[in-house]
Design a protein around this ligand. Sequence first.
Ligand code: GSH
Length: 202
Amino acid sequence: MFTLFHAPQSRSTRILTLIEEMGISDHIALHSVNIVRTDGTGAPDPANPHPESKVPALCHNGQIFTESAAIMLFLTDAFPETGLGPTASDPLRGAYLTWLFWYGSVMEPVLIQAAAGLSHPVLTKTYRGKAELTARLHAALSKGPWLLGERFSAADILLQSPFFWFKDATPDDPLIRDWLVRGAARPAFQRVMQAEVLRRAA
Ligand SMILES: N[C@@H](CCC(=O)N[C@@H](CS)C(=O)NCC(=O)O)C(=O)O
C-alpha cells in the first residue's frame, strides 16, 4: 500500500491525476493534510511526514518520497504495466527522465522567477528564461501530440500542471496551447479536477 499526503488544489493534485490515469487508486491511501498556502492561510500539519511540511509526500514500506518528479518516477516504475512511464530498457526512457528532472531543475525556477518579476544575469545564465523554455517545449511538441511523441506519459502531467493553475504563465505558442487543451480534455484529468473542488470546499 502507498499513502499519498495530499492537500486539495496544490502540487499534489498532479500526483492524483497520475494515479487516476494509471488506474491504481485501489493501491493508494489518500491522507489529506493542512499546508500553508501562498496567501498565508493554513498551517503546517504534524501528520505530514514531509520534512518541509509540504505536499506531495508519498509513503511506502517505511520510505518517504518527496518531490513530485521523484514520486511520479517511483509510481510509474512500480506499476510499469500501466504504461505511464517508459521503463529502463525503453528507448524513450532518456527523454522521459530528462523531462521529469528538467521540470524541477529548470522549468519551475524559470516560471517562479518570471512570476516574481526577477531578472538577473546569474539567473538567466543558469536557467535561461521563458523564451528558451517555450522553445524547448515547442520543439518537442512539433514532433507529436505529447512530450514523448505519440506516447502520453507522467511527464505531460507534470509539465502541464503549472499552466493549469497559473494560466497567465502559459507561453503564447499554439503547439503548447493545443497540448494543454488535449491534457485538460482527458477524462482522468477532469475527474480529478471535479473531485478536488469538492475536497477543497469540504
Ligand atoms: N518541489 C516540490 C514543491 C512542493 C510544494 O511547494 N508544495 C506546496 C503546495 S503547492 C506546499 O506544500 N507548500 C506548503 C509550504 O510551503 O509550507 C514538488 O514539486 O513536489
